[in-house]
Design a protein around this ligand. Structure first.
Ligand code: C2E
Ligand code: MG
Ligand code: MG
Ligand code: MG
Length: 287
């Protein structure tokens, strides 16, 4: 009969539903409770100056350890949060935590990732300002990381937002640079402090001429525009030497440190200098 047939259709649809969609739904409902359950945490990865390997800041990276499935990568759940309103609550939690943790550091900045949807939120500037005021942190100690996607969809409005943020003293970094749609010609319109060269180019540096050429031209033109350059995903000493030689102002990656807990970050912040993973290469520390 009609009733049974209807159920059958529902069940069929359910079974035939893409595994991905089901996973997505579970992530969404899990994430909506993650803050209350205390399943979220932040880790901090040092950003060092190219010249002295001094720790100048830390990038805050969110972690989600679920009771049901164990840890889930932000690369998986951030895009899902981004497609729902969850990103706002999650982003507010990240910012508040990050501003709290950094109070223990002597002067380093914290670099916080903001998704395109957060950046386009109504009164984003006022919201950020309110958060730092509440935390009692100088705006110059907050670096706002956004991606090319966040600024190129509505370039005029984005330029205005960035200008205001910069006027208030915040630092702005363009993350994953080179993987999106922007060109060095276009970025001049935006009030930025630095470009983060995406890890994929750093990886390729020692292997292919093309990657090395891209890295060199980003550094060269970025510098000509007065921007700082952070190389992301630096894993080897060969990369460190090549990037320093090419003139990258800042470096970040497993070679120096993986993202660490707030306590360890506070120790690193107090010490200010770190070597590579191989403790025997003292030359990095002294030059
Ligand atoms: P991202 O902002 O480009 O962050 C850099 C990613 O590269 C991080 O992955 C970091 O752990 C990883 N990484 C750093 N150095 C190395 C290295 O030497 N080798 C390798 N293999 N990886 C390295 P993570 O923490 O898994 O984050 C992935 C992405 O998720 C981030 O990319 C960012 O787009 C997003 N994300 C993380 N936390 C947040 C957050 O609090 N808010 C928002 N909106 N997005 C976040
Ligand atoms: Mg980032
Ligand atoms: Mg990045
Ligand atoms: Mg990335």
């Amino acid at each position: 009969d009609a009733k049974r047939g209807g159920r059958g259709i529902v069940r069929l649809f359910d079974e035939g539903m893409d595994e991905g969609i089901r996973f997505r739904r579970r992530v969404e409902s899990g994430l909506s409770q993650a803050i209350d359950k205390g399943e979220l945490s932040l880790v901090f990865q040092p950003i060092v100056s190219g010249a002295a390997i001094e720790v100048v800041g830390f990038e805050a990276l969110v972690r989600w350890n679920t009771r049901e499935y164990g840890p889930i990568s932000p690369a998986t759940f951030i895009p899902i949060a981004e497609e729902s309103n969850l990103i706002h609550e999650l982003g507010d939690w990240v910012l508040t935590q990050a501003l709290d943790v950094m109070k223990q550091w002597p002067g380093q900045y914290v670099s916080v990732n903001f998704s395109p949807r957060q950046f386009r939120r109504h009164n984003f500037v006022g919201h950020i300002m309110e958060s730092v005021l509440r935390a009692g942190i100088e705006p110059a100690r907050l670096q706002i990381e956004i991606t090319e996607t966040a600024i190129f969809d509505d370039a005029e409005r984005a330029a205005d937002t960035l200008y205001k943020l910069r006027q208030m003293g915040f630092r702005i970094a363009l993350d994953d640079f080179g993987t999106g749609y922007s060109s060095l010609y276009n970025i001049r319109k935006f009030a930025l402090d630095c470009l983060k060269i995406d890890k994929s180019f750093i990886d390729g540096m020692g292997r292919e001429r093309e990657s090395a050429a891209i890295v060199h031209s980003i550094i060269h033109l970025g510098r000509a525009l007065g921007l700082g350059i952070i190389a992301e995903g630096v894993e080897t000493e060969v990369q460190v030497q090549a990037l320093r030689l090419a003139g990258a102002s800042h470096l970040q990656g497993y070679f120096f440190s993986r993202p660490v807990t707030a306590d360890l970050a506070a120790e690193m912040a107090a010490t200010r200098f770190i070597g590579g993973e191989d403790d025997t290469d003292g030359d990095l520390l002294s030059s």
